[in-house]
Design a protein around this ligand. Structure first.
Ligand SMILES: O=C(O)CCC(=O)C(=O)O
Ligand SMILES: [Fe+2]
Length: 314
C-alpha cells in the first residue's frame, strides 16, 4: 500500500524500524549458505512462492530456500499478515569498507511501468558475516522516511529518527518494508555479506526488539557529534563482550551524516567503528542542498549524495 493513501498502515516507532534475532539458522545451515554466498551473489534475484514456504505444502530446492523456510518457521511466521504471496531473495557481497546508498526496496516493474513505488510488507537482512570481537562492519541504517507516491518524494525531508543495525553473523534483522535504508561505509576492512529476503504481514526467543527504553537521543547542542562518541556517552559499545547490535536513535535538529571515505576525518577514519556523525541541521543548510562541498564548520567531507538523496533504486 503506497504511503500517503488514507489507509496506509502507520509505521510504529521504534518497533517497526528494526527487530533483530540472533542465531537464526542452525550452524550447519549457516555455514552452507555462507560458503555459497559468493556464487549466489552473481545470480539475479530469486522468488519463492508462499505454497513452497508453508509447512503443509513445502518444497525446498536450494540452500537459499532452506534458509527462507527456517526464517519463516522460527521468526516471521507470526509477523506476516495473511495476504503475502512469497519471498524475493538475493545475496549481497560488499567491497571492503563500502556501503550502499540510501534507497527504498520496491517492485521495480511497478516503478518502471506505473511510476508508483510499491514496497515489500517486510524487509529482512540475514548477516552472513559480521566482523569480530573488536571490529564492527558498516551498520544498516533504517531511517524514518517513507516514499509518498502522491507527492512523488520521500517524507519527511529531514528525518529525526533512525535505527542502526550492526552486522553479526547469523543475525536476522527485519523491518517495515516501506522505510528508507542503506549501509554506511566502514573504516573497518572486513567481509560484509548479507542475504536479503523481502516478504511481499508473538515474539520468538532470542529476539530483541528496539523499545522506547533503548532510544539514544542526540542532546541539544551546536556541535557535530560522531555516532561512536554519542554511543560512548551512553555507555554503549558496539564491540567486545557486551556489544550492542541494534540501536534506535532520535536526532531532532540534527542530520545523520555518512562519512564519505578514508579521506575523511584527517586520517583518523580508522579509529571509528561507525562512519557517520550527527550534524546540526543549520550547519548543513549553510552549504546549500545541491552543494557537493562540505560545510565550512565541519571538516570531514560528507557523502553529500548519500546523505541528501534517496536513490529510487535497489
Ligand atoms: O546489506 C544490508 O545491510 C542491506 C542491503 C539492502 O538494503 C539491499 O540490498 O536492498
Ligand atoms: Fe534494501
Amino acid at each position: 500500500m503506497p504511503f500517503g493513501s488514507p489507509s496506509a498502515p502507520s509505521v510504529v516507532w521504534p518497533q517497526s524500524f528494526a527487530t533483530v534475532c540472533q542465531k537464526v539458522l542452525p550452524s550447519e545451515l549457516f555455514c552452507q549458505i555462507a560458503a555459497d554466498a559468493d556464487a549466489i551473489a552473481e545470480a539475479p534475484n530469486f522468488w519463492m512462492p508462499k505454497a513452497a514456504i508453508l509447512p503443509g505444502s513445502r518444497t525446498v530446492r536450494t540452500i537459499g530456500e532452506q534458509v527462507i523456510a527456517q526464517v519463516y518457521d522460527h521468526v516471521l511466521r507470526s509477523h506476516l499478515p495473511c495476504d503475502w504471496e512469497g519471498a524475493e531473495w538475493w545475496v549481497q557481497v560488499y567491497q571492503p569498507g563500502k556501503g550502499l546508498a540510501f534507497h527504498f526496496d520496491k517492485d521495480e516493474h511497478m516503478m518502471a511501468e506505473q511510476h508508483v513505488m510499491v514496497h515489500p510488507i517486510t524487509s529482512c537482512i540475514l548477516y552472513l558475516a559480521g566482523g569480530s570481537e573488536d571490529t564492527r562492519l558498516g551498520p544498516t541504517v533504517i531511517i524514518d522516511q517513507q516514499y509518498d507516491n502522491e507527492q512523488g518524494r520521500a517524507v519527511p525531508e529531514h528525518p529525526a529518527r533512525c535505527a542502526l543495525v550492526y552486522p553479526l553473523a547469523n543475525q536476522l534483522c527485519w523491518f517495515d518494508g516501506q522505510l528508507a535504508h542503506g549501509v554506511l561505509d566502514s573504516p573497518q576492512d572486513g567481509l560484509r555479506v548479507t542475504m536479503l529476503i523481502n516478504w511481499w504481514a508473538a515474539r520468538p526467543q532470542d529476539t530483541h526488539r528496539v523499545t522506547p527504553a533503548d532510544i539514544v537521543k542526540v542532546p541539544p547542542g551546536d556541535e557535530p557529534i560522531m555516532v561512536d562518541d554519542l554511543l560512548e556517552s551512553y555507555g554503549i559499545s558496539v564491540v567486545g563482550p557486551n556489544a550492542v547490535h541494534v540501536i534506535a536513535m532520535e536526532h531532532q535538529g540534527y542530520e545523520l551524516y555518512p562519512m564519505a571515505d578514508e579521506n575523511s576525518l584527517d586520517g583518523s577514519y580508522d579509529r571509528f567503528k561507525t562512519a557517520a556523525a550527527f550534524v546540526p541541521a543549520h550547519m548543513l543548510a549553510s552549504t546549500g542542498s545541491d552543494s557537493e562541498e562540505g560545510s565550512e564548520e565541519f571538516d570531514p567531507q560528507p557523502d553529500q549524495q548519500a546523505a541528501e538523496q534517496l536513490e529510487v533504486q535497489d
